[in-house]
Design a protein around this ligand. Structure first.
Ligand SMILES: Nc1nc2c(c(=O)[nH]1)N[C@H]1C(S)=C(S)[C@@H](COP(=O)(O)O)O[C@H]1N2
Ligand SMILES: [Mo]
Length: 165
């Protein structure tokens, strides 16, 4: 009886661990100089204000991506954007980190609508479908640049830091 009970207990524990693991889908993190670090899933992004950005590939072909404006995400994380982005805050940068080790950098002012009309988005859809294998589930889309090199795919984390000492 005792053995049966401990076997049942172990079985339940195992089932619990498996279930918890299955629920852990891919996420993107926003960390560093933030007041509220975020861990966002595709489901979280789906609930936010959605917007479209055009990605121009190496061949000059345009593709329409859907997602959430990076500024919106940074504001949710409590990053100094908008009126707060002044003085020494202007020495802050955002580093994008990808699953393949690719990294690119933006200064915060490049991402703020009080400095620029260009809207960078964190996309989770291409032509309204999930991103293709190896390019998702999250991609930065940076319109208005001559090269697509900063439109990082497989984004896993965005870290905000001070560049000054
Ligand atoms: N994670 C990651 N993102 C990346 C790259 C990369 O190597 N890794 N290459 C960049 C470069 S140099 C280009 S030209 C585009 C190519 O995107 P595409 O293959 O979707 O056209 O992705 C950019 N984003
Ligand atoms: Mo490239």
């Amino acid at each position: 009886m005792k053995i049966f009970r401990s076997a049942l207990f172990l079985g339940l524990q195992l089932a619990f661990v498996v279930a918890a693991y299955a629920q852990t889908g891919p996420v993107v993190k926003i960390s560093g100089e933030v007041t509220k670090p975020l861990t966002l899933s595709v489901e979280d992004l789906a609930k936010m204000k959605r917007t479209t950005a055009v990605f121009t590939d190496r061949d000059g072909k345009a593709h329409s991506y859907q997602g959430v404006a990076l500024q919106e995400l940074l504001e949710q994380a409590g990053v100094t954007m908008g009126k707060q982005l002044r003085g020494e805050q202007l020495t802050k940068y955002l580093m994008v980190k990808c699953a393949d080790g690719y990294e690119v950098l933006f200064s915060l002012a490049e991402l703020d609508s009080s400095f620029t009309d260009r809207v960078v988005i964190l996309a989770d859809k291409l032509e309204n479908s999930p991103l293709p294998d190896g390019k998702g589930p999250f991609r930065l889309v940076v319109p208005g640049e001559k090269k697509p090199a900063r439109s990082s795919f497989q984004v896993v984390e965005m870290v905000i830091r001070y560049a000054k000492d």
